[in-house]
Ligand binder design. Structure first.
Ligand SMILES: [Zn+2]
Length: 504
């Protein structure tokens, strides 16, 4: 029993060392804590400590436990040595009480592990596992990242006069929730990802796939800003909103799987399938959910901005795999959807994850970006939109109808440039002109107006699309959808020619 207790205690101490009591590289380079080592009879400077971001959500100044002698109680000859040390190092003693520390402070909770005797005669029920136990603890600093403190539990539930209690086993295990959490911290925002499953075996397997046991886990041990997305080109680095992060996190997993399968082999054009089906199989047997928790600092505490619970992993991975197979570079797409000072990417990715249409949003965005001459990968945006919309709303417009619309848009720009060249105008001048045409085309408010605009352009640039075909399609589909595809097609060529122009 004693061996077991010692073992558990060591496990908990290691955990605390990793998440509760860490020092950043700066704190290590500039140690500020004045610590007196009684055994060696030495006064030294040691680095300050912090909890890591997830833990810091639940700890505060009062969490720190320290062992030291108040300055007023220090006697000679030690007192003179301390004064001299402080003077020489321009250091200060700890806190208001001016403690001469005997060890570095710690902020993790003290736990009773394998209690030796019964605390109470009467047993109570644990609020997590439901077991009757004689040794109960009030819910405290992060238990499963669920209960922040016993006061918080009381204040949120005015009816709960007595806060819930945990048995010591649950309390002990709950502390390890920080190990299974992936996180990034950016400015004043903290994002926490937990991959869960109601099935315990699946839960452990998912830790291997996504969590602390997977290759996705990479701790930034200099500043502790993140424990995922440390690679130079990681999409996770680019995220500043919860759906972006959810997407990037899942996509990085896909890239990792792909890399593991293709490693050492000749690179082929085809994306291999086997790894993918094995992975989908793992996800489909039992429900798996990814939770993204998003909090921002607010004074002494934090505000929960969003909590995304996502359980359509099978759909997401099938979609990504299909896109890769269709030649879409989804990583480039991710970068291309970024717009400064506007959460456009977040909105689009949320829509895709929730299976809603993105066509018109994408059209507005692409038009804005291309007209402002921002560098975006139009070909990936267009390909993705066409493939995605067909999966989500296949009944709205079929493949041929979409192709007709996109090709018509492409033709308008190609022909306009060709004609300008024939008249000895530069491509640049031609593109300037076509800009006006595209504005006009987008402005059409009715189907008739739109058809008239198209006819004008066809006539002006000599584009041959049968009037019957066009009007036939527009009888069957929403002209605004048709227009959106048409504009996207035009923007694709416009963007390619315009960026080529700039490079020349
Ligand atoms: Zn329990």
């Amino acid at each position: 029993m004693d061996t077991l207790r010692a073992y558990f205690e060591t496990c908990y101490e290691i955990l605390a060392e990793r998440y509760w009591n860490v020092s950043t590289i700066k704190q290590k380079e500039h140690p500020e804590l004045v610590v007196y080592d009684k055994e060696k009879d030495e006064i030294t400077l040691m680095p300050k400590r912090n909890p890591t971001p997830v833990v810091s959500l639940f700890t505060g100044g009062s969490s720190w436990k320290r062992d030291g002698i108040p300055y007023s109680d220090i006697t000679e000859p030690l007192k003179s040595r301390v004064d001299e040390f402080l003077e020489k190092n321009k250091a200060e003693l700890w806190g208001k009480k001016e403690l001469l520390l005997l060890t570095q402070p710690v902020c993790h909770q003290k736990l009773t592990i394998l209690p030796k005797e019964k605390k109470k005669e009467k047993s109570e029920v644990c609020c997590v596992c439901g077991k009757h136990s004689h040794y109960m603890i009030e819910v405290g600093l992060p238990s499963f990242l669920l209960f922040a403190s016993s006061t918080a539990t009381k204040s949120f539930n005015s009816q709960g006069k007595k806060p819930a209690k945990l048995c010591w086993e649950c309390e002990f295990i709950s502390k390890f929730a920080v190990e299974s959490a992936s996180y990034i911290r950016k400015n004043d925002s903290t994002f926490v990802i937990q991959v869960t499953s109601p099935d315990i075996d699946k839960l452990i397997e998912m830790q291997r796939e996504f969590g602390s046991l997977s290759s996705l886990r990479m701790l930034d041990d200099k500043y502790f800003y993140a424990n995922i997305g440390q690679e130079e080109d990681s999409l996770i680095k680019k995220c500043s909103a919860p759906y972006e992060l959810l997407w990037a996190f899942m996509e990085e997993k896909y890239s990792l799987l792909l890399k593991e399968t293709t490693e050492g082999e000749e690179t082929s054009d085809d994306t291999p399938d086997n790894f993918f089906f094995e992975f989908i199989e793992k996800l489909s047997k039992m429900p798996v959910q990814i939770n993204v928790f998003y909090a921002v600092d607010s004074g002494q505490t934090f505000l929960t901005k969003n909590l995304v619970l996502y359980d359509e992993l099978g759909y997401f991975y099938r979609l990504i795999h299909h896109m890769k197979k269709s030649g879409v570079n989804t990583r480039k797409l991710f970068s291309s959807l970024y717009e400064e000072k506007y959460a456009f990417r977040e909105k689009i990715l949320r829509n895709v994850l929730r299976k809603s249409s993105i066509l018109r949003h994408i059209e507005q965005f692409a038009f804005r970006m291309v007209m402002r001459e921002q560098r975006i990968s139009m070909s990936n945006i267009l390909k993705f939109t066409i493939e995605y919309e067909q999966i989500i709303r296949g009944d709205e417009m079929n493949k041929e109808q979409i192709e007709t619309a996109v090709n018509l848009g492409k033709q308008i720009v190609i022909q306009a440039v060709e004609m300008a060249k024939a008249e000895n105008e530069s491509e640049k001048q031609a593109l300037k002109k076509i800009k006006g045409d595209l504005y006009q085309l987008r402005k059409s408010r009715t189907k008739t107006d739109f058809i008239n605009q198209l006819n004008n352009l066809q006539f002006r640039y000599g584009i041959a699309v049968s009037k019957n075909i066009l009007e036939g399609i527009l009888e069957e589909v929403d002209f605004e959808d048709f227009r959106a595809y048409c504009v996207l097609g035009a923007l694709n060529i416009y963007n390619a020619k315009n960026s080529k122009e700039k490079e020349d």
